[in-house]
Design a protein around this ligand. Sequence first.
Ligand code: SF4
Length: 253
Amino acid sequence: MLRSERYRNFVEYFSKNQPGAQTELHYGNPFQLLIAVILSAQCTDKRINQVTPALFARFPTPESLAASDADEVFTYIRSVSYPNNKAKHLVGMARMLTEVFHDEVPADINELQKLPGVGRKTANVIASVVYDLPAIAVDTHVFRVANRIGLTTNARTPLAVEKQLVKYFPKETLAIAHHWLILHGRYICVARSPKCEICPISWFCRYYERANTETALLKAEALKVKKIKAAKKKKAGNVIHKALKRRSVDKNI
Ligand code: SF4
């Protein structure tokens, strides 16, 4: 199947079946989403959603967070991964937002990446989710699932994956495609053992196609070996039969 067909099938399937896919992080405004996304690195959305209500209540604005310090922020996020670093990043991010960006979360990917704790992935999430810009964030799920399905080829880095996805997805679907890939990776195309047997898109998945082609080839090979063995056995049986027959004829003589 051509890559363009896989993209077409992917968009058609998910547009029909998950038209409202969105982030599972809870937030009420761009500032809160930025905090949640920074916290979510190497952590689950479920865990982040457990700590953010108290954090958002204590620090409702960039000014309030900027006026605090990492030690205090740490007490709210101690149960997430890398809490020390993330606490420092959150305070640094809030200070830059107030001092440089007039309390507004910027929309530009490069501007966003100037904020402490904000890498390309986080910047793309904000650009696409908050500002509906044609950007796509590549996290571990997007990286893995896009490759398995066959949406990317020989893409070895998140940036390479991002470039291919941006090139092939219709612009208007880029933002939501991020959520389709993440949710599919989180619940069906899981890292260790993808649930191909219940996957609704296996019919256009490259990984599935290859796995089944290999299985079919192995089965055909096993059948061939079995036939050869059966033929050899039959031949050996015929030789013995003929020998026995010859012996009984000789005895009669
Ligand atoms: S068929 Fe398997 S590998 Fe392909 S997308 Fe579905 S779960 Fe993932």
